[in-house]
Write a protein that binds this ligand. Structure first.
Ligand code: GLN
Length: 192
């Protein structure tokens, strides 16, 4: 069975992520309930409003489900608000604590300060980052690897199939990070 890639669809720009995954030939499962999460081979937590997403994760019970699934190796990719939701340390009570980083909310400026900029990455050449009231990664745990930088600051990081990014690749035509995440989900599906 081909397992779908999940996109958490409680709040934020989940439709854009779903569209990218579909363009890349994936089956997509929008996830609003634990029942909808059952068959997924990975989950993207989109950008949006991290407090809203965090509250809804709690009320749906998806917070526990995702934590347990991640412990079993489910790949998770948090973008922007999604990165806030999965960070170990952040000024929000709703974090799932899936990746050992500290994140500062809205640290790249307010809505008006949103911008697009070239990133540095050996894995993803010519990657551009769209930043929208983006969080900053201010601390990396010892096992966390940086995959892309903006002005020497880590903006895409990873540990054990958990990926956190400060920018929005779903808003560009470059789907390199999504392709990379899909590879994780395929590996996970093969192992089961
Ligand atoms: N500033 C938002 C928050 O703290 C995140 C912004 C985004 O996801 N683009 O939740």
């Amino acid at each position: 069975m081909v397992q779908p890639v999940g996109v958490l669809a409680l709040q934020g720009d989940f439709a854009e992520h779903g569209a990218v995954l579909q363009q890349l030939g994936c089956q997509v499962q929008l996830v609003r309930t634990v029942a909808e999460a059952k068959t997924i081979a990975g989950i993207i937590i989109p950008g949006g409003e991290s407090t809203a997403i965090g509250k809804l994760l709690k009320s749906t019970g998806l917070n526990r489900w995702i934590q347990q699934a991640a412990r079993r190796g489910l790949p998770v990719y948090g973008t922007c608000a999604g990165a806030i939701v999965i960070a170990k340390q952040v000024d929000s009570p709703y974090t799932l604590r899936l990746i050992d980083i500290t994140v500062k909310r809205n640290a790249y400026g307010r809505q008006l300060d949103s911008f697009t900029a070239p990133l540095q990455s050996t894995l993803f050449p010519n990657l551009a980052g769209v930043f929208i009231r983006a969080p900053k990664i201010t601390r990396l745990g010892p096992k966390v690897k940086t995959l892309a930088w903006y002005k020497q600051q880590p903006v895409l990081v990873e540990t054990d199939r958990i990926l956190a990014g400060c920018f929005h690749p779903e808003l560009t035509k470059q789907f390199l990070v999504h392709r990379y995440f899909i590879e994780h989900t395929r590996r996970f599906a093969r192992q089961k």
